[in-house]
Design a protein. Structure first.
Length: 85
């Protein structure tokens, strides 16, 4: 995949879903965490979403930057999970 693009497969019960995650530079800048591993970030984004909804409800094309405006807890929680706060 291209820079900052990730493919993820999520297994939950008998359901398996696939997701294409694109981390825009603006999103990474907003997150403001030094030395960030993209794979770990994608895992935590998916964990955050899966804590709130089943894998079948997570979009197959996932733009985390769009979630920032939809969920005020998203960015602070990611920072916390990744050791930034």
């Amino acid at each position: 995949m291209a820079d900052h693009e990730y493919a993820a497969e999520v297994h939950e019960g008998t359901e398996t879903t696939t997701h294409h995650v694109v981390l825009s530079q603006d999103f990474l800048d907003d997150l403001a965490l030094p030395e960030l591993d993209g794979t770990t970030l994608v895992e935590e984004i998916l964990r955050y979403l899966l804590d709130r909804e089943p894998n079948t409800a997570v979009p197959h094309e996932l733009d985390p930057a769009a979630l920032v405006g939809q969920d005020g807890e998203f960015l602070p929680e990611l920072r916390r999970r990744l050791g930034g706060d």
